[in-house]
Design a protein around this ligand. Structure first.
Ligand code: SAH
Ligand code: SF4
Ligand code: F3S
Length: 455
């Protein structure tokens, strides 16, 4: 075995976690480790976990079970686990009882401590469990090893204060804390200098950027000339070299007229919005603690489309929330038909320990949930196909990301409205923005031919 130190990271969950994994990879690279992409050859495996639904938990425990075999075979093989699952005491208890061979456990709030923790584990062969109950001040300047040279995530805030009754995230990510605008602008300028063209701003609820003053987090109301989320977009829109700005996620309750105006004014802001609705019934929305009604949501969609007629709108939907009746579900179908989403993520409600909805007594039977889920997906796909066909024969702008995963001769990228486009290309196009004429508009992706390279 060679002496080169290497690591493998497996990431579960959302972009927030993907970005945290990039930070962990950045730290390990600074410590002299090499990232590899096959766990069997790794000396250190890190599992960055998600807890948003039960199947995420199960996948983690399944993977951990497999790693035990490697641990038995390879001396010195080290396993570290982190992420949202670790912020829950019942998970820590399970790990201690059933997986005592795990070497390092840390949480979402002390990622910056990782170099110190891993050093202790590797050099002193000590087992460590170090999880903080909540986040402290934001730590700036952590190293990041980005997966792509031409696009990047940028965290603008951490945590969530919304406490939707089904959701574990406020318990695993703590309270809302926003980064200072000058730190974000400096990071994006640096990214642009490094050749990044596309940034995705991350937060559980970006619309409340700068609203909550926690742990010294930025609060625009406390500053002279404070910058809210729309203000931040205007600042980032000015940065030379950046061509595209995306953000996610937006909570409908905080979507401001200023943000809608920013879509009109900021040429780099992609004309797409992910606006999770979760359900169509106002009563279910109330029980979910979403703080808007079906009518208010539809009104927002109307305002967005009035300002930006072609805006692509996507959403998240949960079926089978406790107490959901067939009538409630029909309201969801009705909303989906009225909005005509460009695409939607659909989830079966999953009970999360410690959330208010865990205690709701009227849980919906599994077979009813599945039946509704199938009907909803069918409706969404029908609309998605129809919406996608409007791009037939159009010229679309695509940031070329690399070879398509499906086919090793086809290249793929995304339009500025978030649609995947496949086409015959060459390696030199990767990282460039090209114009593509759509020759076939399918439900989930577009196919086309390059007509012009923009650069
Ligand atoms: N902060 C984002 C979403 C984060 S979680 C927002 O509020 O929009 C991503 C999605 O997972 C949610 O939008 C919701 O649709 C889904 N989700 C969260 N908790 C869930 C649960 N207990 N069961 C099923 N789906 C859930
Ligand atoms: Fe979860 Fe609601 Fe916060 Fe989104 S807004 S992370 S769904 S609690
Ligand atoms: Fe999962 Fe945590 Fe993201 S629970 S969805 S990884 S914030």
């Amino acid at each position: 075995m060679d002496n080169q130190k290497n690591f493998y990271i497996q990431t579960f969950g959302c972009q927030m976690n993907e970005h945290d994994s990039e930070t962990l990879a950045g730290m390990l690279t600074e410590l002299g480790y090499t990232q590899i992409f096959d766990e069997k050859d790794a000396q250190l495996v890190i599992l960055n976990t998600c807890s948003v639904r039960e199947n995420a938990d199960q996948r983690f425990f399944g993977t951990l079970g497999q790693l035990k075999k490697l641990k038995e075979k390879k001396p010195g093989f080290t396993v570290a686990v982190c992420g949202c699952m670790m912020q829950q005491q019942h998970i820590i208890d399970t790990l201690k009882a059933k997986y005592p061979w795990v070497d390092l456990v840390f949480g979402t709030h002390n990622i910056h401590e990782f170099p110190k923790l891993i050093d202790n584990v590797m050099n002193e062969r000590r087992k460590l469990v170090e999880v903080w109950p909540d986040g402290g001040e934001i730590v700036e300047g952590l190293p990041v090893k980005r997966l792509y040279p031409f696009k990047s995530f940028v965290n603008i805030m951490y945590g969530c204060n919304n406490f939707c009754t089904y959701c574990i995230v406020p318990y695993t990510r703590g309270r809302e804390r926003s980064r200072r605008p000058e730190d974000i602008v400096a990071e994006v300028k640096k990214l642009a200098e490094d050749g990044v063209k596309e940034i995705t701003l991350l937060g559980q609820n970006v619309n409340s950027y700068g609203v909550s003053p926690h742990y010294g987090g930025y609060c625009y109301k406390e500053e002279e000339n404070g910058v809210d989320f729309a203000g931040l977009l205007y600042l980032l829109n000015e940065i030379e070299g950046i061509e595209r700005i995306h953000f996610m996620t937006s909570h409908p309750k905080d979507l401001s007229d200023r943000l809608i105006q920013a879509f009109v004014d900021c040429d780099k802001l992609c004309k797409k919005i992910h606006l999770p609705v979760q359900a169509g019934s106002t009563e279910i929305l109330r029980r979910m603690n979403r703080k808007y009604t079906k009518e208010q949501y539809l009104e927002l969609v109307k305002k967005l489309r009035a300002a930006v007629p072609d805006i692509a709108i996507t959403t998240d939907l949960i079926v089978g929330f406790p107490g959901e009746t067939e009538e409630d579900f029909q309201e969801t179908l009705d909303l989906v038909r009225q909005v005509e989403y460009d695409s939607a993520f659909t989830f079966l409600y999953s009970i999360r320990k410690g959330t208010p909805a865990e205690k709701y007594e009227d849980q919906v039977p599994e077979e009813v949930k599945h039946d509704r889920f199938n009907r909803l997906v069918e409706q969404i796909h029908e609309i998605q196909g129809r919406k996608s066909r409007r791009y037939q024969d159009q010229i679309v702008k695509v940031l070329v990301e690399g070879l398509s995963q499906r086919n090793s001769e086809t290249y793929a990228g995304h339009t500025d409205f978030g649609k995947t486009v496949n086409f015959n290309g060459t390696p030199d196009l990767v990282g460039k923005i090209v114009e593509i004429k759509v020759t076939e508009a399918k439900t989930f992706s577009l196919w086309g031919e390059v007509v012009r390279v923009i650069g």
